[in-house]
Design a protein around this ligand. Structure first.
Ligand SMILES: *Cc1c(COP(=O)(O)O)cnc(C)c1O
Length: 402
C-alpha cells in the first residue's frame, strides 16, 4: 500500500484547502480503490521473525499494532493536519479523550493551568475536579478579559486552555492577545476549536500551539460517530502527546475514522452553508426574542473580534428568554422541524436547554458565572432550507407566548 501518485507530501501541502479536504492523506492498496479502505484490524503480520524485530526496533517502516498505527486512522490524521495547517495530528475515540490526552500528556503534578471559565461542561469538570486530583493546580478566568489571563499566571503555569466561541454563551476570546501573554510566560496555548471548526477559525494562525477537536460535531457533521483529534507540532505530538497516548490508548476505531474521513470531503461545503443558514436565522431571531447572541451580527458585543478572528459567524446561535425555564421548554416543545437534542454541528438543526442538559453537571453558581440562564436556549443550525427553519422558529415562538 502506498500514498497514491500526487501524494508527494510537499506537493500536497501546496494544494488549496478544498483539494486537501478531498484527497489529503489518501493511501491506496494494490486494488486501486477510489474510496479509502477501512482496515478493521487490531494487529499486523510479518514475513519473518527478523522483520518483526526490525519494526519493533523502529529500523523498518511498517505497522505493528493498531494502538500505535492503523492505515485508515493514519489517513484521517494526515487529512486533519493538512486542513488545520499543522505539522501533525492524532485522532481519538471522543472529543473528551482529545481534551484529556492533551492536558494530561502536557501537565504534571505541581504544574499550573489557566483555563477560561466558560468551557464545554465536561471540560469544566476536568479542569475543576479531575486535574486537581493529580496535583495539577488550576485557575479559571473570564476568558473575554485578556488582562485576567495575565493576572492568573504563576511561575509554574505550563498551559492556557480556552474555547472560542464558548459553549453555550458564544463569548469570544482574543487568541492572539492571550497567546502573547502565555508565550511571554513560556506557557502553551491550547484551544478547543469544536464550535468553530477549521473552516471558520484556525487557532494556529492566531498564535495557539495546540488545537483539540470533538470531531463528533462539525467534522462528522451527520450525527453518526464520536471522535476527536489533537493537532500541533511534530515535536509536541511525538515527544509529549504520544509518550502518553501510546500507553493509555485513547484511540479512534478504524471504522469511525473512515466515517469522519469521508465527512471531511464535504466539510467546507457543509460548514459554509450552515454558517450562511445560521446568519439568516440569527437575523430573523434578533428582532423576535429578547436577547439573541450570534458572533456574525453587529449586535454581538465582540463582533469586531469575530470579524478579525473568524471567517464567518459560525453555526451556533444562543438566545435568552425572559420567562425562564418554563418558557424555554415551551418553545422547545412547540418545534416541528428542529429537534430537541444536546448534540450540535449536525446537518439537522438541533436545539437544547443547556441549564438542564449539557451544563446540568456543573453547579448553579458556576452556571451563573458562565452566563447560562434558566431561559437560555442553544440552537445548532443545519443544512435545511433556512426559510423552513425561520417558519418553524416563528410558530414555536408564538407557542411560547413570544
Ligand atoms: C462536544 C464537545 C466536546 C466533547 O466531545 P465528545 O466528542 O462529546 O467527547 C468538547 N468540547 C466542545 C466544545 C464540544 O462541543
Amino acid at each position: 500500500m502506498k500514498r497514491h501518485a500526487g501524494q508527494d507530501q510537499e506537493l500536497v501541502k501546496r494544494w488549496r484547502p478544498a483539494t486537501q479536504m478531498v484527497r489529503g492523506g489518501t493511501m491506496r492498496t494494490e486494488v486501486g480503490e477510489t474510496s479509502e479502505a477501512i482496515f478493521m484490524t487490531s494487529g499486523y503480520c510479518y514475513d519473518n521473525a527478523e522483520e518483526a524485530a526490525a519494526r519493533f526496533r523502529g529500523e523498518r517502516p511498517g505497522m505493528t499494532y493498531s494502538r500505535l498505527q492503523n492505515p485508515t486512522v493514519d489517513m484521517l490524521e494526515k487529512r486533519i493536519a493538512l486542513i488545520e495547517g499543522a505539522e501533525a495530528a492524532r485522532a481519538t475515540a471522543t472529543g473528551m479523550a482529545a481534551m484529556t490526552g492533551m492536558l494530561l500528556s502536557t501537565l504534571s503534578a505541581g504544574d499550573h493551568l489557566v483555563a477560561g471559565r466558560a468551557l464545554f461542561g465536561s471540560c469544566r469538570v476536568l479542569v475543576d475536579t479531575i486535574l486537581p486530583r493529580f496535583g495539577i493546580e488550576t485557575t479559571t478566568v473570564d476568558a473575554r478579559d485578556t488582562d485576567a489571563w495575565a493576572k492568573a499566571r504563576r511561575p509554574n503555569t505550563k498551559a492556557f486552555f480556552l474555547e472560542t466561541p464558548t459553549n453555550p454563551g458564544l463569548d469570544l476570546c482574543d487568541i492572539r492577545a492571550i497567546a502573547d501573554i502565555a508565550h511571554d510566560a513560556g506557557a502553551l496555548v491550547m484551544v478547543d476549536n469544536a464550535f468553530a471548526s477549521p473552516i471558520v477559525q484556525k487557532p494556529l494562525e492566531h498564535g495557539a500551539d495546540i488545537v483539540a477537536y470533538s470531531a463528533t460535531k462539525l467534522m462528522d457533521g451527520q450525527g453518526r460517530v464520536l471522535a476527536g483529534a489533537v493537532v500541533g507540532s511534530e515535536q509536541w505530538i511525538n515527544d509529549v502527546y504520544l509518550a502518553f497516548a501510546r500507553h493509555t490508548g485513547p484511540n479512534l476505531s478504524p471504522f469511525n475514522a473512515w466515517v469522519v474521513l469521508k465527512s471531511l470531503e464535504t466539510l467546507d461545503l457543509r460548514v459554509r452553508r450552515q454558517c450562511e443558514n445560521a446568519h439568516k436565522v440569527a437575523q430573523f431571531l434578533d428582532g423576535r426574542v429578547p436577547r439573541l447572541i450570534y458572533p456574525g451580527l453587529a449586535s454581538h458585543p465582540q463582533h469586531a473580534l469575530a470579524a478579525r478572528q473568524m471567517k464567518a459567524g459560525g453555526t451556533i446561535i444562543a438566545m435568552h428568554l425572559d420567562g425562564g425555564r418554563p418558557q424555554a421548554q415551551a418553545l422547545l416543545d412547540a418545534l416541528q422541524i428542529i429537534d430537541i437534542s444536546n448534540n450540535l454541528g449536525d446537518s439537522r438543526s438541533l436545539m437544547t436547554h443547556p441549564a438542564s442538559t449539557t451544563h446540568a453537571s456543573v453547579s448553579p453558581e458556576i452556571r451563573a458565572e458562565m452566563g447560562i440562564s434558566e431561559g437560555m436556549l442553544r440552537l445548532s443550525i443545519g443544512l435545511e432550507d433556512p426559510d423552513d427553519l425561520i417558519e418553524d422558529l416563528d410558530q414555536a415562538c408564538k407557542g411560547a407566548g413570544l
